[in-house]
Design a binder for this molecule. Structure first.
Ligand code: SF4
Length: 113
């Protein structure tokens, strides 16, 4: 479970806090950082509501794909990035790993003739 406490004890940051090629266009630069990260001991209903609000900001963000890919590649362990929660990013990464394994297996089979 991501939380503000966890985030502050790790490498807490968000597109609004970064300077880079796409960060200046981040829609979240105009929104409260608290919308994107969970406070400590946040009730489930409040978390779902906060995450949905953050995702709505991401949905109108011109750099959503860049942000999402950045968060997947790092990977960023906390917060909503690119319209995905940390849990959703873990699912995407697991699918990518499975896909990569399947592609490697198919390539080995094809090379073996
Ligand atoms: S996709 Fe969301 S988290 Fe990423 S820069 Fe845009 S508004 Fe911020």
């Amino acid at each position: 479970m991501e939380s503000a406490k966890d985030a502050t004890t790790s490498s807490y940051r968000h597109p609004r806090d970064l300077a880079g090629p796409w960060h200046a266009e981040a829609a979240c630069r105009r929104d409260e950082a608290g919308m994107f990260f969970a406070p400590s001991k946040e009730p489930t209903a409040a978390r779902l509501s906060r995450e949905e609000a953050a995702k709505q900001v991401c949905a109108r963000c011109p750099v959503m794909l860049e942000c999402r890919e950045h968060a997947l590649l790092q990977p960023e362990p906390y917060g909503v990035w690119g319209g995905l929660t940390a849990a959703e990013r873990r699912v995407v990464l697991a699918r990518r790993r499975r896909r990569d394994v399947e592609l490697q297996r198919a390539t080995r089979i094809a090379a073996a003739g």
